[in-house]
Design a protein around this ligand. Structure first.
Ligand SMILES: NC(=O)c1ccc[n+]([C@@H]2O[C@H](COP(=O)([O-])OP(=O)(O)OC[C@H]3O[C@@H](n4cnc5c(N)ncnc54)[C@H](OP(=O)(O)O)[C@@H]3O)[C@@H](O)[C@H]2O)c1
Length: 281
């Protein structure tokens, strides 16, 4: 599979496996099925409550730990130097591994939930830099950081985030933020790359899918990776888990890419990193 080079010299596959809402036995089976069918990048988070299930799915797959790229995330209510170190240990224990490949600050601290949001993000980041130097984390990154959060973090960071995992799908792809990050050599990872399945009836997408004899889900994922962005689709349905990897035998034309780029806003989660917990339309 095509890989993307991170700014720390490590590489990640361009398609990974999302696990939000894949819990308990469903989560175990989905992760094992995904790995057996070729996924090596697995995305979880402490807040998903499924790190144990993900760990069991990895064991069940029988794959060597070194073959995998395990991502997990530090929840936004735990942003301090001390809590970051404690939370990382808890994630290692729940996943039953002794290092994490990619550890992300899940959401930035913002002015609504921290008196000094810049300091809260910077303190967690300093802890993550130390954990990386100790070898407990291979790569460190962020998620849902707007440019303002990144600029503030970069004032004190010794290590530039390798990844920013953001909402990115047809109908909501944060073009300016993506361009800013790519210029800074920060790789974008797309969460909800299928727009949580709500974009599937769109006529532009269905007609492109028909033309290529592919599903709309495959068109969404192909569009994501042709932007040089990592896609992490989630499914607990074996047929779809496999289908979501079958995207390397076709290519979208420039016109098709542009027409998907230009789709009106749809499928947006409403979650804004700088105003959480409020949602917007
Ligand atoms: N950093 C963050 O703040 C953040 C936020 C949200 C998500 N994420 C990560 O990103 C991952 C993906 O996002 P997501 O789970 O929100 O949404 P998604 O991957 O865009 O969509 C998942 C939905 O699409 C369905 N689906 C999957 N493949 C399909 C296919 N080929 N055909 C038809 N339907 C299909 C799934 O159903 P079935 O499972 O029933 O098959 C599920 O309902 C998450 O699992 C999580 O790891 C991160």
């Amino acid at each position: 599979m095509k890989e993307i080079l991170l700014n720390d010299g490590r590489k990640l596959p361009i398609v990974g496996f999302g696990t939000y809402k894949a819990k308990e036995q469903d989560g175990v089976d989905a992760v094992a099925t995904a790995i057996k069918n070729g996924y090596t990048l697995i995305d979880t988070a402490s807040i998903y409550g499924n790190e144990e299930a993900v760990g069991k799915g990895i064991k069940k797959s029988g794959i060597d730990r070194e073959e995998l790229f395990i991502t997990t995330k530090l929840w936004r209510e735990c942003l301090s130097y001390e809590e970051t170190k404690i939370e990382l240990e808890k994630s290692l224990e729940r996943l039953a591994v002794d290092y994490i490949d990619l550890y992300l600050i899940h959401w930035p601290a913002n002015a609504k939930n921290y008196d000094n949001w810049q300091q809260a993000n910077a303190d967690s980041w300093r802890a993550m830099e130390e954990l990386q130097a100790e070898g407990k984390i291979k790569s460190i990154g962020v998620s849902n950081f707007f440019q303002e959060h990144l600029e503030a973090l970069l004032k004190t960071a010794k290590v530039t985030p390798s990844v920013n995992q953001i909402e990115f799908h047809p109908g909501y792809w944060q073009q300016e933020l993506t361009e800013y990050c790519q210029k800074q050599n920060i790789v974008i990872e797309a969460w909800s790359p299928l727009g949580k399945a709500v974009v599937f009836d769109n006529e532009v997408l269905t007609s492109i899918a028909t033309k290529h004899n592919k599903s709309v889900a495959q068109v969404c994922l192909r569009w994501v990776i042709q932007h040089n962005v990592i896609a992490i689709p989630k499914s607990t349905t074996p047929k779809r888990i496999i289908e979501n990897l079958e995207i390397f035998d076709f290519e979208l034309t420039e016109d098709e890419m542009s027409s998907i780029d230009a789709l009106p806003k749809m499928g947006f989660s409403g979650e804004m990193p700088n105003s959480w917990p409020d949602r917007v339309k």
